[in-house]
Ligand binder design. Structure first.
Ligand code: PAF
Length: 276
């Protein structure tokens, strides 16, 4: 695996790849089995795998966890090497966003105003800006994103279609711990006691899904779900909603819909979603 830390070197490497089939897995590092499942999915149909590690300051709000976000670079690089990645691109903030940097990608259809967007102003514009920038530099044939961040995936698909950036965006199902907790770099923040509580989020989604099919009493079930999450030990629930997969609109129709949840446990905000 080649480790590339500056843009010029990446451009040189990319220019040398003629008629190649390149898959791209963008990450912020602190890798876990969920990231490795993206690499595995990429390897199934592509020869050359580029992964990036870049903790993108543009997607963190003022009171969020940018400074404490874990950055175990050596360990991450080793995991990517073992996973069979061809190139690890990990640019410096000062090079990706020089002092003169003045351009942002902005979502205008409201996809970024619901769910996480209504609690994290500007977050998805920051995600889109860095992803567009990385797509332009890496010029992959396909890029892989986890369905755990389903809203992010939907927004990136929209941006990619609008801007005609790369041929394919692929969503990969969420990887879970044995007790159901969705894998996330932020799970590292959980104390031992919080780690015991965390799977209740997924368990609540599953309980609603089970009953929704037979009862069809959505609003009552969502109210029960929120109360159950708090009763389990979470501090608060940011949202628990059923939305359509295609456009993330609120829905009561069970086809192609997902239950989305975000809740706070101590100082950690956890998100999850399941198809219903
Ligand atoms: O999902 C992530 O890890 C990040 O949002 C991404 C897509 C790498 C952009 O910084």
């Amino acid at each position: 695996m080649v480790i590339i830390k500056n843009i010029q070197q990446l451009k040189q490497w990319r220019a040398a790849q003629v008629q190649s089939d390149i898959a791209f897995v963008p990450t912020m590092g602190a890798l876990h089995a969920g990231h490795l499942s993206l690499i595995d999915a990429a390897k199934r149909n592509h020869q050359i795998i580029v992964a990036s590690i870049f903790v993108n300051p543009l997607q963190f709000g003022a009171n969020e966890d940018l400074s404490r976000y874990p950055r175990p670079f050596e360990r991450d690089a080793e995991l990517l090497r073992e996973a069979g990645v061809t190139v690890l691109f990990s640019p410096q903030i000062s090079e990706l966003y020089p002092a003169t940097f003045a351009t942002q990608v902005r979502i205008t259809n409201g996809l970024d105003k619901v769910l996480c967007g209504s609690h994290r102003a500007g977050h998805f514009d920051g995600v889109c800006t860095v992803v567009a920038l990385l797509f332009v530099l890496v010029r992959p044939d396909a890029a892989f994103f986890g369905e755990k961040d389903f809203q992010q995936l939907a927004i990136i698909k929209r941006m990619n279609e609008d801007l005609h950036l790369i041929p394919q965006i692929i969503g990969v199902p969420t990887m879970r711990e044995a007790d159901g907790l969705a894998m996330s770099s932020r799970n590292q923040y959980l104390s031992e006691a919080e780690r015991q509580i965390a799977p209740k989020l997924y368990q609540t989604l599953c309980a609603i899904k089970g009953q929704y099919q037979s009862l069809n009493e959505l609003s009552g079930l969502l109210e029960w779900g929120k109360a159950n999450i708090v009763k389990s030990g979470f501090n608060s629930v940011d949202y628990l909603e059923l939305r359509s997969e295609a456009d993330l609109q609120l829905t009561e129709i069970p086809q192609k819909a997902r239950l989305f949840v975000a809740a706070r446990l101590g100082n950690t905000r956890l998100i999850d979603n399941i198809a219903i």
